[in-house]
Design a protein around this ligand. Structure first.
Ligand code: KG4
Ligand code: ZN
Length: 340
């Protein structure tokens, strides 16, 4: 029998300090997440300087917890995986420096991981049978990408957002209707009490790039609607606004993703990133996939939002492919998917 491969993964690209121990790529032995959301809520969004300081405060404790929960020590590990981009540079640096220190002290191989690759790989954790190739829709706070996962570690970007990311649109609209940060989960919840067909918000289509997205027009349309209601002294039904906005986002995401799967003839679609935990998106995607004979894959909500287990899974496949980072690994805030 082959020896198990144990990877300690670290994630600190935004406002979660996270560490996880992953066995053989798909078995999560621990998944510890220290969220700073409550802290940033005070400011209505993530404050980079505060995020970096908090990561420094928490990272050792989070790693110790992850090792203890997995019942392993640093001596049992085969490699260290760490997110080195994209993200907030000061936040990324904390994880990268920590990973390099452990790698040096324990003479462990170091594997730098792309954050979006991590989100995509979150799908492997609970779907043991999922193998590339497939199409993945990545919808997070900073990214909206439609990707062909050609093989492990091999990605082709079909489309991306031209302006706001899907999660960013959720956060901005939530702020406009007074729901606070982070907006996605709050809009998701409030939408359940609203009518998704109450207000006709636009569905953007990009004429010269069939897989691209645009959400800034939709966001402006929501803001205009709110302003015009205020000017006319009309009462705003926030649940209807939330539900109608959410439906507009969902429609476009589902349409583009299903179109991509059908065009590429892959018959497998996965979703990833914080917005992939949205209940309306999951339900609409499930229905559309059933109608089109597409296998639909999605991670549990805890693996959709930022976590280190997904980084451990991505690191495993990179490690098995022979990828190693040197101690000169640096944070790359605008790292492109597929680049090293
Ligand atoms: O993937 P993630 O944790 O961080 C980034 O890499 O950006 O995504 C965070 C984003 C935020 O914009 C948040 O509002 C959104 O995901 N989000 C949601 C939901 N849960 C989180 N958006 C819609 N519905 C949700 N249930
Ligand atoms: Zn993320």
């Amino acid at each position: 029998m082959e020896k198990d491969v144990l990877i300690l993964a670290i994630e600190s690209s935004c406002d979660e300090t996270a560490a996880s121990v992953v066995k053989n790529g798909r078995t999560v032995l621990s998944n510890v997440i220290s969220s700073q959301i409550a802290l940033h809520t005070l400011y209505g969004g993530v404050v980079p300087e505060i995020a970096s300081r908090k990561h420094i405060e928490k990272i050792n404790q989070v790693i110790e917890e992850a090792l203890a929960e997995a019942q392993v020590t640093l001596d049992d590990l085969d490699a260290i995986g760490v997110t080195y981009g994209p993200g907030l540079v000061g936040a990324l640096l904390v994880g990268v420096a920590e990973a390099k220190a452990i790698s040096y002290a324990k003479k462990l191989p170091l594997v730098g991981v792309h954050h979006i690759e991590g989100h995509i790989c979150a799908n492997y954790i609970e779907n043991k049978e999922l193998e590339p190739p497939f199409i993945c829709l990545v919808v997070s706070g900073g990214h909206t990408h439609l990707v062909v996962v050609e093989d492990y570690g091999k990605y082709k970007i079909l489309g991306r957002t031209r302006d706001d990311a899907a999660g960013e649109a959720f956060d901005k609209v939530a702020r406009a209707i007074g729901l606070g940060y982070p907006g996605g989960p709050k809009i998701d919840k409030l939408s359940k009490e609203g009518n998704p067909d109450a207000i006709a918000f636009p569905r953007a289509k990009i004429v010269d790039a069939e897989y691209d997205f645009s959400f800034s027009g939709l966001k402006s349309s929501v803001l205009n609607y709110l302003n015009s209601c205020q000017m006319k002294g009309e009462e705003i039904n926030r649940a209807d606004v939330a539900a109608s906005f959410q439906k507009a986002v969902t429609d476009v995401l589902v349409q583009n993703a299903v179109h991509a799967v059908n065009s590429y003839g892959l018959k497998k679609l996965a979703i990833a990133g914080g917005v992939a935990s949205n209940s309306s998106l999951r339900a609409a995607m499930k229905d559309a996939c059933a109608e089109n004979g597409i296998e639909f894959y999605y991670p549990s909500p805890i693996f959709c939002t930022d976590n280190a287990a997904m980084i451990g899974t991505a690191a495993y496949y990179e490690y098995m492919a022979g990828v190693r980072s040197g101690l000169d690994l640096n944070a790359v805030p605008n790292l492109k998917l597929g680049e090293r």
